[in-house]
Ligand binder design. Sequence first.
Ligand SMILES: *Cc1c(COP(=O)(O)O)cnc(C)c1O
Length: 426
Amino acid sequence: MSVAIFENTIEFARQQDETDPLAAFRDQFFIPQRDGRDEIYFVGNSLGLQPKQTPEYVLSELENWRMCGVRGHFEGDYPWMPYHNFLTEPMAKMVGAKDSEVVMMNSLTTNLHLMMASFYRPSDARNKILLEQHAFPSDHYAVESQIKFHGYQPAESMLLVSPRDGQENLNTDDIVQSIKDHRDSLALVLLPGVQYYTGQFLDIQAIAQAATPLGIPVGIDLAHAVGNVPLQLHEWGIDFACWCTYKYLNSGPGSVGGCFVHEKHHGNNDIPRFTGWWGHNKATRFEMSNQFDPSLTVEAWQLSNPPILSLAAIRSSLDVFESVGDFQKLREKSVLLTGYFEWLLENELAEQVSIITPRNTNERGCQLSLTIETKNQSGVEIHRELERRGMMTDWREPNVIRAAPVPLYNSFQDVFYFVKNLKELL
Ligand SMILES: *Cc1c(COP(=O)(O)O)cnc(C)c1O
């Protein structure tokens, strides 16, 4: 990519939007309104916006149910029986996996538990899980409860990695060293793809290359990574990954999550697993036998027939991503858009605003996490005032404002006006 020469003028931002090859995608989303104007929506990392075509996708399944009842499982343009398979190819492409390695099912924390049932198999000698000191709370609780479930002590079995003193971000070398230091006691490594608080994009491949030869399984939580940064899960050789679809995947609140299990584990009946009928070999599932015959793909981990209305919203969203084409195009815009945001903050607000997200574009997605120094207002007051002006960010204790310009629907003008308003406030 060429080095961009940025300018702090509305004309420049407007011109960037005019020459942006993805600018038209904004019009495919409903942008929430505030005082008759579009909000500046930088919280797509929390809940992505609704594609305008999503109601049609969901309504067509309600229609199919209304008209066909139970026959909808086999009839209509998108029969429900194989419905999750309509999502497999675009989803697998986006995470860099084979089709056999990806399935949409359950929700994120549920899938973390199902994956740990299979890949956390502690013994007295080897029962530790490596995770971050400040993991997303749900991940922390899931790990803690798994350790207790197996009869071990969280205080001893949770190996927590933190940034070095005075630093905000994790250091890959430190993680790798920690894996090596605990090679005989580690039973699992569970880390995020993109850290939710700082926006750091971890070097997943380097972590997998350290753990895998030592026989330590690696699981990655992609909640903030999927749809945000390029991923190559198959090639990186990690064992499993889980993600949600309501953040950068724009599939609606609480929508069904995604799960990856590397093909090296498919068909291995020595791996323990919590099972349900939807994981049974499709060819004979309806013979209703008591003998579980697992699918030979990641689908062996499915439990239930999935909620079709949610899958319909995911299918709509994935169709939007498909129409962008190569994910790299989205990434290029994202690097430029967040680069502009970073440049404006540094040029206009360097004294009051610090960016804790890594400055190297390969180590972050679209989000910048900001700490704000002010004389008479607190960070949380600034955040509230921004919101009153229709500028949506989120506040994370103790003192961070997270702002995520999403390349599918945010514009260079959004970034320009956001920084202009923030400067006025400060
Ligand atoms: C958003 C998020 C979750 C949310 O979990 P759900 O089970 O979908 O409610 C969990 N972990 C991380 C890292 C997240 O960012």
